[in-house]
Design a protein around this ligand. Structure first.
Ligand SMILES: [Zn+2]
Length: 230
């Protein structure tokens, strides 16, 4: 059972979670949707939970403010494509079209996120398939299948049976970053680990990869701010 309480003004909704393992109260702000939850020991009383939440109202407000806002792509706004900000504008025709720094999308504002999402998935697949093929040739291995997904925790993966997976959000990152992720995953076809041998393999087909890794570490989460579902 989930209970919720509201603290302060304007109210912050705090979901209560009772846990048999919890020894003390703890507050958490979800990274993906900003929801607040308070985990409490099973025996604890609600009165203490409310007091705990109230005591931490300042902390909560500070962290909720700092959270980067979600971006919903609409006409007139901009979005990242290949690492550059591009404009979203209304255009005729059933397909999304990219021309001179502008993404032309037909239909209504409400349809823009879904249409762009489909367009980005196709672009990402083309790009990452091509990159994977050329890097696979360089390491002398082949892969079985490529899946394009919307993953939160990783940009790509490689299974022991040679299936590659990539996040389509990479199409918003600079092309060099997309290439690095493909090179990285393809190197797992040779070394299924992150050993020194693995990194030597990466450096052999993608020298100076450190910049791209840094980019993902520092800018990567920004790609998750774009919301493609209403
Ligand atoms: Zn890896």
């Amino acid at each position: 059972m989930t209970e919720a309480l509201e603290i302060g003004n304007p109210p912050i909704t705090v979901m209560l979670k009772k846990s048999a393992r919890a020894r003390k109260f703890s507050l958490r702000i979800s990274n993906s949707d900003g929801s607040v939850s308070l985990t409490m020991p099973k025996q604890a009383i609600i009165h203490d939970a409310i007091a705990f939440a109230n005591d931490h109202e300042g902390w909560l407000r500070k962290h909720l403010c700092k959270r980067p806002n979600k971006i919903l792509p609409v006409f007139g706004s901009s979005i990242l494509l290949d690492g550059a900000e591009v404009q979203i504008m209304f255009g005729q025709g059933s397909h999304v079209r990219f021309d001179a720094g502008v993404l032309y999308v037909s239909g209504t504002n409400a349809q823009v996120p879904a249409k762009l999402c489909a367009f980005y998935k196709t672009l990402a697949r083309d790009r990452l398939v091509q990159a994977s093929e050329s890097y696979a040739k360089m390491v002398g291995r082949s892969f079985s299948r490529i899946t394009i997904r919307d993953t939160r925790s990783r940009w790509g993966s490689c299974t022991s049976d040679g299936n590659l997976m990539y996040s389509w959000r990479l199409i918003m990152a600079p092309p060099s970053v997309q290439a690095y992720v493909a090179a990285h995953e393809v190197c797992h076809l040779v070394e299924m680990n992150h050993s020194d041998a693995f990194w030597r393999q990466v450096a052999a087909i993608y020298p100076n990869y450190k910049k791209q890794r840094e980019w993902l570490r520092h800018q990567g989460s920004h790609l998750h701010r774009y919301q493609f579902k209403r």
